[in-house]
Design a protein around this ligand. Sequence first.
Ligand code: AMP
Length: 374
Amino acid sequence: MKPLAPGATIGIIGGGQLGRMSAMAAARLGYLTHIFTPEPGGPASQVAARTTVAPYTDDDALCRFADDVDVVTFEFENLPAESLDLLSNLKPVRPGAKILRISQDRLLEKQFLNDIGIPTAPWGPVHNEAELVDEAQRHDLPCILKTTRLGYDGKGQALCRTEAECCDAFDALEPKPLILEAFVDFHSEISVIVARGENGDISSFDPVENRHKHHILDLTLAPAPLPLETLAEATRMARRIAESLELAGLLAVEMFVTSTGSLLVNEIAPRPHNSGHWTLDACPASQFEMHIRAVAGLPLPPATRHSDAVMKNLVGPEDMAGWPAILATPGLIAHHYGKTEARPGRKMAHFTRLFPRGSLPGEFGIEAALKFKS
Ligand code: AMP
């Protein structure tokens, strides 16, 4: 594939902060971006050359969008795969609809991962109450019951400690089918972000540790403070997944590190990921630049970091109350997503603090590093 020349237009489906930061990376490389989103004036549109505001199912609007761009990518997964099918008849779509379909459906995702030898938590499909009873008996309680589609930030899932809780969760969770997963007693949660070009070039960032608050990512520590063998194994697994999917683009792989030190993949996302925001400030080429490079057919540099980093998400009005103080604190690198209304649970901004490579502090040091003047 010939690299896209500067001045070409990259079409990005989705208008949120991931699209915004991808569009900014595209601009640095000399490209224009055209955002396709149902919502006017969002984070990505504010920094893009053009925006189409239309539902993801509007075929006419999708065709006009395809006409105007040289390549198509996406910044979130909950769009109909059929829309990507339509676009791929008109322009290159990277990553393709096949990867989107796998990542949109937890059953397909887990089956795909296990088929290529990647370990996951034990799981089973739950289409009806009979299957629920079977699966609940096959796996020890507690377990987690999840919707197979449209779940994010802990939505669409329930921890079940008893059979009665399994039944209540089955009734409450929609849409069906569901997936039952064994509860993983994890030591930590990590992720690996891999970029891969259509020509098979591959580049991966070091694994990072992710800590959540109310099911939403709160902190990312880069690199994950884990033994080198665990980090190497996590990287090997993420690259294997990207290669098996014949990825052209970016892929985030979320994993659990179990209490015995083994790795289980939880889910994959074929797009830039919140746990990769630290790369904006700690790496010569961020995850967003890698995404754009992979989509545009440019060479992929090694995903090295010049610094260690801690990234803190700023979510909702509570966190945003600290914004002026964060801006006034030396060493905190702040990124705002341009959203005007700070609703509870809404990701509004993040900041990163860098440390010399190899000197990520321990727990107390991290706490101190996140303090800002108030
Ligand atoms: P998910 O929507 O699958 O990313 O899950 C959201 C969060 O729920 C994860 O980041 C974990 O903290 C927790 N979680 C999900 N699946 C499991 C599991 N099988 N065992 C333990 N915790 C889980």
